[in-house]
Design a binder for this molecule. Structure first.
Ligand code: NAD
Length: 271
């Protein structure tokens, strides 16, 4: 974990998320895991939510071992009762909700182009990546409202902004949906003090992408398109999420916040 909980100069718990309670899905791995650790280190109380309960518990153990406060919960974001129960348990444990990070997502190995992608793969991808974000908002936004406002961060992707010749049609469509839904929610809730932003990571060196790009050749093919010439790290996305979660981004809503090594800015990349 990135250090002990931040302290203010008088020794009381501080940090950029001091006093806030955060709900993070997909917290057992990758972006969610790094964000849970970072948010906690910055003073947030964290609900670490994942289908992988053992993974979330491990993150929580790291947080509490370093003096932070966190709870682990098992929930499938595609099942509405799971999400509703987890949000209610978070409010019960922390007395409030300030940050809703809808981050869980999958990239199915059977996801391909329009002809190859099977309906079951399409439906599963949509139910987790898109409907899961809706369920998070459906139950999380009322909780934010009860706390007087807050920040929603929905993990989309660079594929919501640009197309790829290596197709994952269901994944791409789901992330486009997350981005469009985010914009509309931002407008709807702007005057309630609820900010809603989409995070658009570039290709990352996490389990999700590395198991899809499963040969060195495929990885190098992808890196050609990244001006920085490397995959991003989950911790680099967590830093962006931290800013969106904190009051430092108080005038930011409805954005597609790209953290992608320059990918979406590039026409031709350096040799
Ligand atoms: P990851 O595979 O490391 O972590 C995803 C986590 O989500 C896992 O812990 C998994 O158990 C959990 N999860 C999966 N289905 C779930 C469900 N139905 N309910 C609850 N939890 C579930 O992946 P990551 O790279 O950290 O991805 C996090 C988010 O970032 C995803 O939405 C992904 O689409 C997005 N993203 C990733 C990349 C990348 O290159 N890795 C790029 C852009 C966007």
């Amino acid at each position: 974990m990135p250090g002990l909980q931040a302290m203010t100069t008088d020794g009381t718990p501080g940090g950029r998320l001091a006093g806030k309670a955060a709900f993070i899905t997909g917290a057992a791995s990758g972006i969610g895991r790094e964000s849970a650790l970072l948010f906690a280190a910055q003073g947030a109380r964290v609900a670490a939510v994942d289908v992988d309960f053992d993974g979330s518990q491990q993150v929580v153990d790291e947080i509490t071992g370093a003096g932070g406060e966190a709870i682990a919960m098992s929930a499938d974001v595609a099942i509405e009762t799971d999400v509703a129960t987890a949000i209610a348990a978070t409010e019960e444990a922390f007395g409030r909700l300030d940050v809703l990070f809808n981050n869980a997502g999958i990239m199915h190995p059977g996801d391909g182009d329009a002809e190859a992608t099977e309906e079951a793969v399409w439906d599963l991808t949509m139910s987790i990546n898109l409907k899961g974000v809706w369920f998070g908002c459906r139950h999380g936004i009322p909780a934010l409202r009860r706390s007087g406002g807050g920040s929603v961060i929905n993990t989309a992707s660079f594929v919501a902004l640009v197309g790829a010749a290596t197709p994952q049609l269901a994944y791409t469509a789901s992330k486009g949906g997350v981005l469009a839904m985010t914009r509309e929610l931002a407008v709807i809730h702007a005057r309630e003090g609820i900010r809603v932003n989409a995070l658009c990571p570039g290709p990352l060196r996490t389990e999700l992408l590395m198991s899809f790009l499963d040969t060195e050749e495929k990885r190098q093919r992808r890196l050609v398109h990244v001006p920085m010439g490397r995959f991003g790290e989950a911790g680099e996305i967590a830093q962006a999420a931290l800013w969106l979660a904190s009051d430092e981004s108080s005038y930011v809503t409805g954005t597609d916040f790209s953290v992608d090594g320059g990918l979406t800015a590039a026409y031709v990349t350096p040799e």
